[in-house]
Design a protein around this ligand. Sequence first.
Ligand SMILES: Nc1ncnc2c1ncn2[C@@H]1O[C@H](COP(=O)(O)OP(=O)(O)OP(=O)(O)O)[C@@H](O)[C@H]1O
Ligand SMILES: [Mg+2]
Length: 234
Amino acid sequence: MRVSTGIPRFDSLVDGGLLENRMYVLSGPPGSGKTTFSAHFVTQGALAGERCLFLSMHEAKSELKHDMSSYEFGFDRAVESSNLEFLNVFDTNTKRLLGGGDNADFATGVKNMTNRLVSFINSRGIDRLVIDSTMILQYFFPDSEEAFIQFLTSLKRIDATTLLISEMTDPSSYADEHYISHGVVFLHNYLESTGMTRGVQIIKMRGTNIDSDIREVEFSDDGLQVFPDRKLQG
Ligand SMILES: Nc1ncnc2c1ncn2[C@@H]1O[C@H](COP(=O)(O)OP(=O)(O)OP(=O)(O)O)[C@@H](O)[C@H]1O
Ligand SMILES: [Mg+2]
């Protein structure tokens, strides 16, 4: 089954949507639209009655609500529905939920944190998950690539369609998450003399016939708009 991202002309680039219960990585430089894309994704789910979880280390719920308030794609309605839950990593409740302060060795700590998150997702019946961003994992598992891979592998198995935001400014240096995930989407922004040009590019999408051209993106009142016919040079 395919899951709509809530960005209609993006869905058309990926055969109608994302494959359900898979893990996708959304990468791009600052301000390229990663969080906005994710806000569309949870709005689409929440308004259709799906359970959504937004796990962030960058914005509190109130900030995100404020930042999305000039758009009309319904993020405020999604927030008001009972279907969209926020966890900010720096909240005491979240810290308690995800662990920390365990007297366990490192490997056990990683396993515990992963298990706690997975069982939280399962117990709430989460259908759509956003993790903003992989920096969260560097915070919980500093300097441990092995722990990071273990965490991602567990996330791939959960019954939720997952968007993992990964900050990345150099499009030629791929990270572990790009290899492990089922799909990778890049958002681009180019500073030009006429202003900022934005684009979206599907780097990979397992099980889906794609081409990897960069398509133009604009931010409109309705949020992120993709223009499949406007191809940009990389
Ligand atoms: N109507 C609008 N409302 C809010 N932001 C807008 C609007 N139009 C354009 N923008 C721009 O969208 C950008 C924010 O995009 P977003 O937060 O989704 O990017 P991001 O990739 O998550 O960035 P970061 O890496 O900093 O988290 C801002 O730079 C903002 O100026
Ligand atoms: Mg962001």
